[in-house]
Write a protein that binds this ligand. Structure first.
Ligand SMILES: [Zn+2]
Length: 328
């Protein structure tokens, strides 16, 4: 585990890291930035493992003592910085990095620090880290993992190599699902479009039956929505309660569904559908919906997503979204 070849996508970043190993130009500080599920830890770990590998090649050998110790999560010269609270405070940086970094590596060429969720560092913490990044010992490598690089002070950013992870292609995600996960074709298709280029999300969705149950629930909710019965509509909002914790995903399922309805309405070509396996249901629903109504519903769902992100009252937002679908 943890070799560069096994990492899907990010060719430019892998090349950059492997090149720097090859020509021995390792920076003292890196930021790996990307959304949850993109593989930040995987990249950081693979880079760290390669740097410490005794064979000194551009990917870990997986057989030397260093690689084996790494695989048992026990490497003496790789330090994982853990926050003591929800955010990384100045004491965390002082105790876990600044006070430790001048102690030479135990056995290996580098002393590597990996800071998970580094974007949660307080300003004081960042300033404390800055002192170390400005004058690090020659063997030190600090890797900051972040899901929002805007949170870093400009002084931190200017001292780090910033590696931004971008969504990987649907083709690569699809290949991965087909090779690694045993799910039917139509599910692979749905998972691929839903993962939005985030491999971790694809993995999570593909291995969860909940996702497909969730879609069935979404479809039954849409069926009720189309009846335009005010009483039934009002009762619908309780059906969203069980998805309170992953409401974004649930609403995205609706968005994708209504996008498919637009396509059925407009060009009626199955090949463009994401929910291709549900073509008959889509066709039936498209018949009773006007083009205009579909567009209105899509924008209502988008509004609801935005409001929920701003922490508006869950029940109110959902009720409003549902009631607005009623034809005026
Ligand atoms: Zn090795």
């Amino acid at each position: 585990m943890y070799t560069f070849n096994e990492i899907i996508g990010y060719e430019d970043i892998k090349k950059h890291l492997q090149n720097s190993i090859e020509i021995s130009k390792i920076s003292h500080a890196y930021i790996i930035d990307g959304q949850k599920g993109m593989g930040k830890k995987l990249l950081a770990n693979t880079f760290a493992k390669t740097l410490q590998c005794e064979k000194k090649e551009i990917t870990p050998c997986d057989t030397c003592t260093s690689c084996l110790t790494f695989d048992s999560f026990n490497h003496p010269d790789i330090v994982y910085v853990k926050p003591s609270k929800k955010t990384i405070g100045v004491d965390d940086i002082r105790d876990q990095i600044n006070r430790d970094i001048n102690i030479k590596p135990y056995h290996y060429p580098y002393k590597i620090y990996i800071i998970n969720e580094a974007n949660t560092m307080t300003e004081q913490a960042q300033n404390a880290l800055l002192k170390t990044i400005e004058e690090p010992p020659s063997y030190a490598v600090i890797i900051l993992l972040s899901s929002n690089s805007n949170m870093f002070l400009p002084t931190i950013l200017s001292r780090c190599v910033l590696l931004k992870l971008k969504p990987i292609s649907s083709e690569k995600i699809m290949n991965y699902i087909n090779q690694e996960l045993n799910i039917p074709d139509y599910q692979a298709q749905l998972v691929t479009s839903f993962s939005q280029g985030i491999i971790g999300k694809a993995k999570e969705l593909a291995s969860s039956t909940d996702f497909f149950d969730m879609r069935e629930n979404m479809i039954s909710i849409v069926n009720v929505m189309l009846k335009d019965d005010e009483y039934e509509l009002l009762n619908l909002s309780t059906k969203f309660d069980e998805y309170k914790d992953n409401i974004e995903d649930f609403l995205d399922l609706f968005l994708v569904w209504f996008r498919d309805l637009l396509i059925v309405k407009k060009i009626d070509d199955e090949t463009y559908l994401i929910n291709r396996d549900k073509y008959k249901t889509l066709l039936k629903q498209a018949r009773v919906l006007s083009y205009n109504k579909i567009s209105v519903i899509i924008s209502n769902i988008r509004d609801a997503k935005r409001l929920l992100r701003q922490n508006s009252n869950f029940r109110l937002v959902i009720e409003m979204m549902i009631l607005q679908t009623k034809e005026k």
